[in-house]
Design a binder for this molecule. Structure first.
Ligand code: HEC
Length: 220
C-alpha cells in the first residue's frame, strides 16, 4: 500500500515535470527572422525605430578599432602611452602572448617548446620596423598559424599590449642615448661591473626604433 502510494507520487511528479518541459518547448515565440502573420510585412523581427542611435557599437573611430588608416597600419598608437597602460599591457601580454611568444618575445614560449609552430622573434629587424597598427591587426585578425584574439582581448587591452611589445623591442635594442642623461652614470656603473668590455653601450647596434619607426612594407 505504502509502496503503491510512493510509486503514484513519483509517477505524478514526473508527469508534472514532463509537462512543464513541454510548456517551455511549446511556448508561443518567434525564432530569429521567422515569418510572422501578425505584422503587415510578414517579418517577426521589427525594423529599428527611425533615428535610432547606436550606443557602444558605433565604432566611428576606425583607426582605434582597426589599427589602420584606410588600408595602411598606423605608425603611432592612437592612445596615450602611460606607465599604467604599459603595466596593463605587460599583464595582458603575460596572459595571452607569452604561452607562444615567451616573456621576452623571442618566440620560445611553453606551447612552442611543446611543439607548436615557433613564431618569429619580435626583435628581428622586420618586426622592429613594423608599425604599431600592424601589431594591433595581428592580435585582431590572427596571422598564419596564430589564431586571432579578437574575442578574448578587448580593444583597449590590444593597444596596451602593442605598447608593451614596443617597450619589449626597445628593451632588447636600446642605445645609451635612449636613457635619460641624468641616469646614464648608473647604467655605466652597472655595465662595467657585470658585462664584458665588448658589450659596452657603444657596441650596441645603432639600427633601433626611433620615436617614429621607419616605414616598412606590409607583410600580409
Ligand atoms: C598559440 C600561440 C600564439 C599565441 C598565444 C600568440 N601568438 Fe603571435 N604568433 C604565433 C605564431 C605561430 C606566429 C607565426 C605565424 C605564422 O608565421 O604562420 C605568430 C606571429 C605573430 C606576429 C608576427 C607576424 C609576422 O608578421 O610575422 C606577431 C606580431 C604576433 N604573433 C603577436 C602576438 C601577440 C601580441 C600575441 C598576444 C596577444 C600573440 N601573438 C599570441 C603564435 C601565437
Amino acid at each position: 500500500m505504502r509502496r503503491g502510494l510512493r510509486a503514484a507520487l513519483v509517477l505524478g511528479l514526473s508527469a508534472l515535470a514532463a509537462s512543464c518541459r513541454q510548456d517551455m518547448h511549446d511556448q508561443p515565440k518567434y525564432k530569429a527572422f521567422r515569418r510572422a502573420d501578425f505584422f503587415g510585412d510578414e517579418r517577426s523581427a521589427r525594423p529599428l525605430v527611425e533615428d535610432t542611435v547606436a550606443r557602444g557599437q558605433l565604432r566611428a573611430d576606425a583607426t582605434y578599432y582597426t589599427g589602420k588608416q584606410g588600408t595602411m597600419p598606423v605608425d603611432v598608437l592612437p592612445v596615450a602611452v602611460t606607465p599604467a597602460l604599459l603595466q596593463r599591457g605587460q599583464q595582458r601580454f603575460g596572459i595571452y602572448c607569452t604561452p607562444c611568444h615567451g616573456a621576452t618575445g623571442r618566440g620560445n614560449g611553453m606551447v612552442v617548446q611543446r611543439g607548436y609552430r615557433p613564431p618569429p622573434s619580435f626583435h628581428i629587424d622586420r618586426l622592429r620596423n613594423e608599425k604599431a597598427g600592424y601589431f594591433f591587426d595581428v592580435i585582431s585578425s590572427g596571422f598564419g598559424a596564430m589564431p586571432d584574439y579578437a574575442a578574448q582581448i578587448a580593444v583597449p587591452d590590444r593597444w596596451a599590449i602593442v605598447a608593451y611589445v614596443r617597450a619589449l623591442q626597445l628593451s632588447e635594442n636600446a642605445r645609451l642615448e635612449d636613457v635619460p642623461a641624468d641616469r646614464r652614470a648608473e647604467l655605466a656603473a652597472t655595465a662595467s661591473s657585470v658585462a664584458p668590455p665588448a658589450a659596452a653601450p657603444s657596441a650596441v647596434p645603432s639600427a633601433v626604433p626611433s620615436a617614429l619607426p621607419v616605414p616598412a612594407p606590409v607583410h600580409r
